[in-house]
Design a protein around this ligand. Sequence first.
Ligand code: SP5
Ligand code: ZN
Length: 340
Amino acid sequence: MKVYYSETHRKHQPPFEVFDGGLRTPYMENADRMDRILHALKQTGWAEICEPKDFGLEPIHAVHNKDYIDFLATSWTEWLATEASDKSTLLPATFALRRHPQTPTGLLGRAGYYMMDLSACIVEGTYAAALASANCALSAAEIVANGERSAFALCRPPGHHAGKDYAGGYCFINNASVAANWLSAKGKVALLDIDYHCGNGTQDIFYDRADVLTISLHADPNFEYPHFAGYGGETGTGTGLGFHRNFPLEKGTDDAHYLSALEEALSLIREFAPRYLVISAGMDIYADDPLGTIKVTTEGIGEIGKRISALDLPTVLVMEGGYNNDALGRNIISFLGAFE
Ligand code: SP5
Ligand code: ZN
């Protein structure tokens, strides 16, 4: 299997994130995650690590607003020119509720407008890393469009919390959505998100579209981040009505319960009969994930892979979350092994 990966992610190294309650904590979404996965992939006989191709900005602008991408491109330089006392990372303290149409011109106003939380910290290399990450997803999409059965985009930073015009939850550019939108020019696409957290950005991006079916299985937003999206009643709008589905799961969900929700999601995909499948493959559903509360085992992750693979669709696999670094390598191998 071709694995698209770029070393550029190392330039994105935020010094901390802020947890609920205001606790500054080391950045969970760290470069070591990639090293663990690469190490495990190199021990298999089947993973072929490839450099992504540069697709330019057009497929990114097709999903994200240009003013938002411009903000990602310029905000670090602007931040260095401010009078802030700690410039280690750009992070606003005031966030837009977006009940008013105004986008402020000042940097902190724009940061609060384009960021949804205190975990999408911008540093010097964030924009370059986010572009390289999106190029990994696009490269995997292209090889699958050219007839490969599946390909893995080893994306860092992840993408599924990033919406048309905002960053959040370690995400800046929505890699899986950029790939799905690129593929949608060739035929219907289903995008299935198995990350522990609701893929709110993906939900927003395709909410009014009927040509891309989006489905997310995740911890119930009543108790878990991102709190404001991912409820069962959110099913799309306008022509997109009926083409988004959420499966909120309770704390402690085990393999059997997860797999039964997954089967429901897979039957919706079969019914939709897409030409391509994109998977937002977060590994934070794992039982011992530091950010998770659901209890899927490494074997369960393998079974999830097998059931998805049994759809027998050309499939783009896109890395999202997963923070138990010790288990990340074996969990990814367990999952990807089903597509080999
Ligand atoms: C891509 C992805 O998985 N992003 C997840 C971002 C989650 N950020 C909010 C984390 C809330 C932390 N709650 C603390 C639990 C510590 N046990
Ligand atoms: Zn997650």
